[in-house]
Design a protein around this ligand. Structure first.
Ligand code: DC
Length: 229
């Protein structure tokens, strides 16, 4: 029997990946790799450094050099309750949910070099340990050899309602986003994520597909735990 187990949870925005991945990681008491946080981190770092300017993004050599350099200042900690990211010792969390990051992340995550860089980083993080990893391409691309692959899905309307509720509940939410904004953002991200050339959002081979539209997180969690057993 293999010593370490990898469980992947893929799916579109607001399909329940993060919530479920957290529940499963805590139940099994193994680390959780939130890949979206890493794509958000790269986006945030590019915005912060002014490198989101088109000309610079198009210069892939500068981009790779920039990522290699700046990641020397980054520490990633995987715990059963989530992925903690430190930049020069400072925890970066709320920053990753900023509006500018949210509206740019699909564009950044479509860049081949960014995906290659983060894929290598994630495989390194997963080395010699069991973990739950969640994202858009965990079972299909980053960990195709995963022991258990789950693909979560939900109706678009329900995903928009979930994301909107989450925004309203956020402490520093200023109430400027309209329901329409959330709808458009989800639609656009779905389109970009599933149509990009590199590692598009697909159902991984051998994945168990669960529609979470009308299920509670507990019901989905029980189903996943049943599959794992
Ligand atoms: O899961 P999330 O909303 O935090 O992800 C943010 C963005 O990162 C999402 O729009 C697509 C991208 N992403 C990706 O391309 N591949 C992943 N494995 C995870 C996230």
């Amino acid at each position: 029997m293999k010593k370490f187990k990898i469980i992947t949870i893929d799916g579109p925005a607001s399909s329940g990946k993060t919530t479920l991945a957290k529940m499963i990681a805590q139940k099994l008491n193994i680390p959780l790799l939130e890949s979206g946080a890493l794509y958000r981190l790269v986006t945030y770092l590019l915005i912060k450094s002014g490198k989101i300017v088109k000309a610079n993004i198009e210069n892939k050599e500068i981009l790779i050099k920039f990522l290699k350099e700046i990641f020397k200042e980054i520490k990633i900690e995987l715990t059963p309750v989530g992925t903690n990211i430190y930049w020069n010792g400072k925890l970066i969390k709320e920053e990753l949910k900023e509006k500018e990051v949210e509206s740019t992340v699909s564009q950044v995550s479509a860049i081949k070099e960014v995906r290659e860089f983060l894929t290598e980083l994630m495989r390194g993080l997963a080395k010699d340990k069991s973990l739950v990893s969640e994202g858009r391409d965990m079972g299909s691309f980053v960990f195709p050899y995963a022991d258990i692959k789950i693909f979560l899905t939900a109706d678009e309307k329900i995903r928009v309602q979930r994301r909107f509720k989450e925004k309203l509940e956020r402490e520093n939410y200023k109430g400027k986003d309209l329901y329409e904004d959330v709808l458009n953002n989800i639609k656009l991200r779905d389109e970009l994520d599933s149509q990009r050339e590199v590692a598009p959002l697909i159902i991984p081979e051998g994945a168990y597909v669960i529609d979470t539209s009308y299920l509670t997180p507990e019901e989905v969690s029980n189903e996943i735990l049943k599959i794992i057993k």
